[in-house]
Structure formats: C-alpha cells, structure tokens
Design a protein. Structure first.
Length: 118
C-alpha cells in the first residue's frame, strides 16, 4: 500500500492546479516502478483536505446560480477528482512501460464513531 497526502498535490506555495496535480502524481507514481510489476497488487490511497476547501469555496461562490453542496458531497467530489488524476497517471505509466494491468478507482465513505459514543 502507498498513501499520498492531499497537501502533496499542491505546489510549495499552496497553489493547486490540475496540471500540478498530474505532475505530482507522475513524479510520485514513477517512484513505485517495481511495485507496478506482477506479482504485486498495489493499493494507493490519498488525502484530499485542501482540495475539499477549494471545492467548498467554489460551491459558496456559486450559491444562487447552482445548488448548494454539503461538506460530504465536496469530499466525495474531490476524492473522485484525485482518483481520476491518480488512475489516469497510473494507466499512462503502465502503458509507457508496455504493461497492461487493470486500474480501478473507488470513492469510499467511512463513518467514524464519536469517541463519546463508544
């Protein structure tokens, strides 16, 4: 398993762009070279904190022109966004190496119990 933090997809100054996210994904996934080969089955996970903040800001600026988005919907949207970036980059890297392996992207939902409820 490999994990990528959501902040890692941002530039040093904190700016986030689609181009920058793809560039970081290529750099990070290229380092996993041997793990892309059989018999390994690789599971990647990622954070998406700063991307959620940007999505919430977009949703707030669009109020009145578009429907409101709750936090959990923004989290799911940015999970999908980064999953797309990682999946597309991984498929490209595999193709460049002449490899054909399935790549699946999953958006997950986890319920965390409140410590006071336990």
């Amino acid at each position: 398993m490999a994990a990528l933090g959501g902040n890692a997809f941002a530039a040093r100054d904190g700016e986030i762009t689609m181009e920058g996210q793809f560039a970081f994904a290529r750099q990070a996934l290229s380092c996993l070279g041997p793990l892309l080969l059989p018999p390994f089955e690789l599971l990647l996970s990622h954070g998406n904190g700063p991307q959620v903040g940007h999505q919430l800001a977009r949703a707030e600026r669009a109020l009145g022109a578009a429907y409101a988005l709750p936090l959990d919907a923004c989290v799911a949207q940015t999970q999908g966004e980064l999953g797309y970036v990682i999946g597309r980059t991984l498929r490209d890297l595999l193709a460049e190496r002449g490899l054909s392996r399935p790549v699946a992207i999953l958006v997950t939902e986890v319920e965390v119990a409140d410590a006071w409820d336990a």
